[in-house]
Design a protein around this ligand. Structure first.
Ligand code: ADP
Ligand code: ADP
Ligand code: ZN
Length: 221
C-alpha cells in the first residue's frame, strides 16, 4: 500500500495511520512527528523549523520535501502511509515526481472528513507524550494521572504549543488557504477518496479498510 492520509489538523490521521501500519506492515511517514523530533534533538533543521511550527505556520516546502525524500529512499518494503504530507500543491507535485523516479506510484489519497467544530474540540483536548509522541485526548483517551506514558514508560504528557487556541486558529486558516487545494489536485487525477472521520476510532478504521479492500491491489501491493 502506498497512500496519503489527508485531512485537517486533528482529523485523526496519526491515530488512523498507526492502525494501518499494524494491519498492512506499512511505514508511517509523518512529517509533523519527524519535524518535532528534529526540534527535540536541536538539529540544524530543528532550529530552522521551530518558529514556524510553534506559530502554526507551514515549514518551507523545500525543507519538508528533502526530509520526505531521504525517508522514502530508505523504505524497505515499498509500503507507506504519508501523514501530514503533502500539505501544499507544490509538495504534491514534488511527491509525484519523486515517487515516479522511485517506481513507487501513489495508489490512493484518503481524505478524512471532519467538520470544523469537531476539529477544534479534538485539537484543544489533545495531549501528547513529550518523549515518544503518543497521542491522548482528555475525554476519549485520557492520559495517565501519574504523567507516565503507557507506551514508552517515560513522559511527561504535554500539550503541544501549537494546540493552544491562538495557534489552532492559525493552523485552520493555513489549512484552508494552502492545504485544502491539495484535495482538488488529487480529485482531478482520480486518486482522492473521501471517508468520514466522525465516530469511534475503530469505526473510522473499518471505513478505511473497507475502502482499501474494495480495491485489493491497494492493500497488498
Ligand atoms: P497535525 O497532526 O495537527 O495535522 P502535524 O503534526 O502534522 O499537525 O504538523 C505540525 C506542524 O509541523 C505543522 O503545523 C507545520 O508547522 C509542520 N509541518 C508538518 N508537516 C508539514 C508539511 N508537509 N509542510 C509544511 N509544514 C509541515
Ligand atoms: P491528526 O494526526 O490528524 O492531527 P490525531 O490522530 O492526533 O490527528 O487526533 C487528534 C486528536 O483527536 C487526538 O487527541 C486523538 O486522540 C483524537 N481522536 C482521533 N481520532 C478520534 C475519533 N475518531 N474520535 C474522537 N477523537 C479522536
Ligand atoms: Zn511515550
Amino acid at each position: 500500500m502506498r497512500i496519503v492520509l489527508f485531512g485537517p489538523p486533528g482529523a485523526g490521521k496519526g491515530t488512523q495511520s498507526k492502525l494501518l501500519r499494524e494491519r498492512y506492515q506499512a511505514t508511517i511517514i509523518a512529517t509533523g512527528d519527524m519535524l518535532r523530533e528534529e526540534v527535540h534533538q536541536e538539529t540544524p533543521l530543528g532550529r530552522e523549523v521551530r518558529r514556524y511550527m510553534e506559530q502554526g505556520m507551514l515549514v518551507p516546502d523545500e525543507l519538508v520535501i528533502g526530509m520526505v525524500e531521504r525517508r522514502l529512499r530508505r523504505l524497505k518494503n515499498g509500503r507507506f502511509v504519508l501523514d501530514g504530507f503533502p500539505r501544499t500543491v507544490a509538495q504534491a507535485e514534488a511527491l509525484g515526481r519523486l515517487l515516479a523516479r522511485l517506481h513507487l506510484p501513489l495508489q490512493a489519497v484518503i481524505s478524512l472528513e471532519v467538520p470544523a467544530e469537531e476539529i477544534i474540540w479534538r485539537l484543544s483536548q489533545r495531549r501528547i507524550c513529550d518523549a515518544c509522541g503518543e497521542t491522548f485526548h482528555l475525554t476519549f483517551r485520557p492520559p495517565p494521572e501519574d504523567g507516565r506514558c503507557p507506551v514508552c514508560g517515560k513522559g511527561p504528557i504535554i500539550q503541544r504549543p501549537d494546540d493552544r487556541p491562538e495557534a489552532i486558529a492559525r493552523r485552520l486558516a493555513v489549512y484552508e488557504a494552502q492545504t485544502e487545494p491539495v484535495k482538488a489536485y488529487y480529485a482531478t487525477n482520480g486518486l482522492l477518496h473521501r471517508v468520514s472521520g466522525l465516530g469511534e476510532v475503530e469505526e473510522v478504521h473499518r471505513r478505511i479498510v473497507k475502502l482499501l479492500e474494495g480495491r485489493p491491489a491497494l492493500a497488498t501491493m
